[in-house]
Design a protein around this ligand. Structure first.
Ligand SMILES: NC(=O)c1ccc[n+]([C@@H]2O[C@H](COP(=O)([O-])OP(=O)(O)OC[C@H]3O[C@@H](n4cnc5c(N)ncnc54)[C@H](OP(=O)(O)O)[C@@H]3O)[C@@H](O)[C@H]2O)c1
Length: 307
């Protein structure tokens, strides 16, 4: 390891800080919760299954008995659940240093959320858009707070289509198109959020991260396919452990040197694995018009208005 590789050893003391990790019970979210708890933060694991969340918390407490982790229910496919989560959080907390929008699903067959949104756009983008907007009050109240959105290299093949943003009734749907659109949306949202913070003089920054290719539960549902089963040993060899894959989002969340709009990813070949550095997204992720249109559509769809 080169001496300048960023690892969890670089994380400053987080005592007194509050962090929310969506999807904190599994994969990269779980590794992030561990790292923040290790450094003394109060970590809220926002999970769609409280049972899974409590099980994950138990695992962490085995080796970090003093960790301050609280499990709260959050289902990003249900705006009512997102509202309940935000309400319950705000009832008990007046500040939030880091909101890590990590939860996600990948390349699932066409289905819709409780509110009728295509499920990948609904979970990966719209659920987090609504959550962030509903937590804005506490984010604003917390000097130097951060919102970190977890994107993917899949954003590079993402295409926005504002005439059919949510693949209405499955029109034009492909599981890869919807995933890459949702991951491009994560970046467009990050940059528009930062513009919103600046315009409204809010002392918070928006950043993004991607984990390269990491071994998690994200593709478990694909393993049922025969060709994925056949390729599994090769795939596993290519992937890096979740503990390494989580470093870009951990760094974006807590590195004191990190700046607004930065996008962290692995430093290895094709950004597939390695230690976290600032990387460049595709230029389309910085497109102002797409970001604006996505914001307007997201406010309309979720009825969460940023102010
Ligand atoms: N792994 C990679 O190589 C890779 C590459 C690029 C980007 N990413 C991104 O990394 C993020 C984390 O994924 P991961 O790889 O760590 O996968 P993972 O192990 O499957 O974890 C995903 C987490 O999201 C949660 N989640 C899914 N749907 C949810 C919903 N409706 N409401 C609340 N939580 C929900 C899952 O909950 P359950 O446990 O209940 O399912 C789980 O906790 C995702 O945004 C993904 O797009 C991963």
């Amino acid at each position: 390891m080169a001496p300048n590789n960023w690892t969890i050893a670089e994380i400053p003391d987080l005592t007194g800080k509050t962090v929310i990790v969506t999807g904190g019970n599994s994969g990269l979210g779980f590794e992030s919760v561990k790292a923040f708890a290790l450094k003394g933060a109060l970590v809220i694991m926002a999970c769609r299954s409280v049972t899974k969340g409590e099980e994950a918390k138990k695992q962490i407490l085995k080796f970090l008995p003093k960790a301050d982790i609280r499990v709260m229910e959050l289902d990003l496919t249900d705006l009512k659940s997102v509202r309940n989560f935000a309400f319950n959080f705000k009832r008990n907390h007046s500040k939030l240093e880091v909101l890590l929008n990590n939860a996600g699903i990948m390349m699932v067959p066409y289905s819709v959320t409780k509110d009728g949104f295509e499920s990948q756009m609904g979970t990966n983008h719209l659920g987090h858009f609504a959550l962030t907007g509903l937590l804005l009050e506490v984010i604003k109240n917390t000097p130097n707070s951060r919102v970190v959105n977890v994107s993917s290299m899949a954003h590079t093949s993402g295409e926005m289509d504002f005439n059919n943003l949510l693949f209405e009734n499955g029109k034009g749907y492909s599981s890869t198109k919807a995933y890459s659109r949702s991951k491009l949306s994560n970046l467009l949202f990050t940059y528009e959020l930062q513009r919103f913070f600046e315009k409204n003089k809010i002392n918070s920054i928006a950043l993004a991260a991607h984990p390269g290719f990491s071994s998690t539960n994200l593709a478990n549902h694909l393993i049922k396919k025969w060709y994925v089963r056949l390729l599994k040993p090769l795939i596993l060899k290519m992937a890096q452990p979740a503990s390494l894959g989580a470093l870009p989002q951990i760094r974006a969340s807590v590195d004191p040197q990190a700046k607004a709009n930065e996008f962290y990813g692995p430093d290895g070949k094709r950004q597939m694995k390695g230690y976290p550095i600032v990387v460049d997204p595709k230029p389309k992720a910085r497109d102002l018009e797409s970001a604006r249109k996505l914001w307007v559509a997201s406010e309309k769809l979720t009825s969460v208005i940023y102010s």
